[in-house]
Design a protein around this ligand. Structure first.
Ligand SMILES: Cc1cc2nc3c(=O)[nH]c(=O)nc-3n(C[C@H](O)[C@H](O)[C@H](O)COP(=O)(O)O)c2cc1C
Length: 264
């Protein structure tokens, strides 16, 4: 019995796309139909990728609308363009092997230099792992580290069933780094710049996913720090896994809780 995710079995075509897209493998095929795995249901992110990707819209969520239809042609006014870009940006977790050209990434990072920072410090820097072999090496160090330290067990259990929640099997990684000391607000500065990069990627049909596990585990793991050339004075404040999307395309805006507004 599905509690969070409801599947209308009368229209479900049993294509299995929803099962494949779920970032935490909450869904499984059960006698030909998708259904939630009871003990994993609490881990549902309510990201609604399953509902969004379903070609016949057979999936809904209890008490939550499945999202408005995206405008086909956002108007040319810049507010509406930006609104369209921000609201249509989804986490992409399926990538083609085709590399994103280095020059294109460099151009995007230059635009992100326009991001504001505390006192215009701009102490944030980038480490771009463009070489896919190095991305794989990083993932092998992550697996070794979480096993040895008996932490984040879900990273291993998900990986073993083909779901890489850390680097998402993306061809490239981008680390946003800043000095541990001396910057006024390095976390915020780096996050703003990374957010700009994320949106610029999206505007050029490059898919990305914020990589929280990777951020935390890179800071903690001396082998990865050495591999990416991160010295002790620097901290990773955020990271993106990115590349060209393979088969992920959405036509619905995601559900979001509306942030409460206090007008005083
Ligand atoms: C700071 C941050 C860290 C995240 N870390 C991960 C991660 O390690 N692995 C992952 O699969 N998704 C990660 N995500 C993606 C979120 O799960 C995703 O943004 C959320 O479920 C909403 O889905 P959407 O971005 O497709 O709308 C992260 C997002 C943010 C903002």
């Amino acid at each position: 019995m599905n509690k969070v995710v409801k599947v209308d079995q009368s229209i479900c075509t049993q294509c299995g796309l929803c099962v494949r897209i779920c970032p935490f493998t909450i869904l499984e095929m059960n006698e030909g139909c998708p259904s939630t795995i009871a003990e994993k249901e609490k881990a549902c992110l309510l990201c609604m990728h399953c509902a969004s990707i379903c070609p016949v819209k057979a999936i809904s969520f209890e008490d939550i609308s499945s999202g408005q239809k995206m405008a086909d042609n956002p108007t040319s006014a810049s507010y509406n363009e930006l609104k369209g870009l921000i609201s249509s940006n989804r986490s992409i977790r399926n990538f083609s092997e085709q590399p994103v050209p280095l020059d294109e990434i460099r151009d995007i990072l230059k635009v992100a230099d326009f991001a504001p920072s505390a006192k215009n410090n701009h102490l944030n820097k980038w480490i771009l792992v463009h070489d896919t072999k190095k991305v794989k090496e990083i993932m092998s160090y992550i697996l070794e580290y979480v096993k040895e330290n008996k932490i984040s067990k879900e990273v291993v259990s998900e990986y073993e069933i083909g779901n890489n929640v850390v680097t998402l099997d993306a061809p490239h990684l981008l680390f946003g780094i800043a000095p541990k000391e001396g910057a006024i607000n390095p976390y915020t500065d780096t996050t703003i710049a990374l957010t700009d990069v994320d949106l610029l990627f999206h505007s050029k049909s490059i898919g990305a996913c914020w990589a929280g596990y990777l951020t935390r585990l890179t800071n903690a793991n001396p082998k990865i720090r050495e591999l990416i050339g991160l010295d002790d004075s620097m901290v990773v404040y955020g990271a993106l896994a990115f590349g060209y999307p393979k088969g992920e395309k959405y036509d619905r805006l995601p559900h979001r809780n509306e942030a409460e507004l206090f007008v005083i």
